[in-house]
Ligand binder design. Structure first.
Ligand SMILES: *Cc1c(COP(=O)(O)O)cnc(C)c1O
Length: 382
């Protein structure tokens, strides 16, 4: 196998991460107490302008805690995007709830007010939306709808740290919101996450859920069935170094996305591929620069990926498989045509801080060459 020259993603630790981690180790506080934890919670909260961030062990555990605290009981229906990472839907299932999947918009790849309205049933208790691949979903309108119906809203911001609508950070619109700091996310702690809630009582419940349900005032008095979902001080130390440079990591992603769009513009204007949607007032942080190659079938898209990998050393990722197709989420007869067609031809390209212009040119050239090859071969058969 040829070596991978350009990974899809990687964490880039160019700030004070090393210094802080060494400091945490020297202090002896390597577990889930220590000063980097509260510092990281404060730094992220201040950066996003959202009060009271609670650091946890992953984005998945953040989602689970949010569902538990807001109230997903066995049998409860929760609206969940059909096109998202599996963790969004799993959080509902962990609580015994039933995800009701919501189709996406063919241009933005996100859920919309319309698709939420279509999927809504009168006994739904809440909704989770994902800001997919870094582009905000129309959360303001969706929040209004949820308030009208008396249901809660969780924003899954795992892929959209720093994304904004009209200068306001995503994560500040819902009743609760979650972030992931996994190794390939916009800022990382290795594994890690953070959960926010507007309501102070919900926040207190979330803290209990994170720490085995143990009462803050009385040791070994466990008031609710909790979990160990704590983040370590070492992970938080990495996070402090990362969040200090959040603006750099986000600016880098925008630079890379703009450069790809510039170099691939011909294929876009010929409607061979579709770029991430541009929406007035919406700031995309391009977690992974993503394209939908409408001209290709699933088999051709998969062939393109292996050619890029084997012949050029370029790693790419296919879009997520829609949730309704996964056996673990009980496939139904309901159809989600937009999610299906987008997932079939979607592709994530290498996107990480420091990816050089020459590399982007090389990746774009390889992509154009391989796509044109596929289309030419197809013509020869016709
Ligand atoms: C990464 C991701 C998560 C889960 O985060 P982990 O930290 O890997 O548990 C949840 N939702 C979405 C949309 C994600 O992309």
């Amino acid at each position: 196998m040829k070596e991978i020259r350009y990974q899809v993603s990687k964490p880039v630790l160019i700030g004070n991460e090393r210094e802080y981690v060494l400091d945490a180790i020297e202090s002896g506080w390597i577990s889930s107490s220590g000063r980097y934890l509260s510092r990281f919670e404060d730094q992220v909260s201040n950066y996003l302008g959202i009060e009271g961030g609670i650091a946890v062990s992953s984005g998945t555990t953040a989602l689970h805690i949010a569902c538990k605290a807001l109230g997903v009981h066995p049998g409860d229906k929760v609206l969940v995007p059909d096109l998202t990472y599996v963790a969004t839907a799993n959080a509902v299932s962990y609580c015994g709830g039933r995800p009701l999947f919501v189709d996406c918009d063919p241009k933005t790849w996100n859920v919309t007010l319309g698709t939420i309205e279509d999927a809504y049933e009168s006994d739904v208790v809440g909704a989770i939306i994902t800001h997919l691949y870094g582009l905000p979903a129309p959360v303001e309108k969706i929040k209004e709808f949820c308030s009208e119906k008396g249901i809660w809203l969780i924003e899954d911001c795992a892929e959209a740290f720093g994304a904004k609508i009209d200068n306001r950070y995503v994560g500040s619109f819902g009743d609760a919101s979650v972030f992931s700091f996994y190794g390939n996310k916009i800022i990382s702690t290795g594994e890690g996450g953070m959960v926010f809630a507007v309501d102070e009582n919900i926040r207190e419940t979330m803290k209990l859920l994170r720490g085995q349900g143990m009462s803050a005032g009385k040791r070994y008095w466990h008031t609710i069935l909790g979990y160990n979902y704590r983040m370590t001080n070492v992970a938080a130390a990495i996070g402090c170094g990362q969040v200090e440079n959040a603006d750099i990591h986000i600016a880098e992603r925008k630079r890379i996305a703009n450069s790809y769009m510039d170099k691939l513009s011909l294929l876009e204007s010929e409607r061979v591929m579709q770029f991430p949607a541009k929406i007035e007032g919406y700031e995309n942080v391009y977690w992974l620069f993503s394209i939908v190659i409408n001209a290709l079938t699933r088999e051709e898209r998969d062939g393109l990926m292996s050619n890029l990998d084997n012949d050029h050393g370029i790693e790419t990722r296919p879009f997520f498989v829609p949730m309704h197709m996964l056996p673990i989420h009980s496939p139904t007869n309901a159809t989600y045509p937009n999610a299906e067609s987008i997932s079939t031809s979607g592709l994530n390209l290498p996107t990480y801080t420091g990816l050089k212009e020459e590399a982007i040119q090389e990746i774009a050239d390889a992509l154009i060459y391989e796509i044109q090859g596929i289309l030419a071969r197809r013509k020869a058969y016709e």
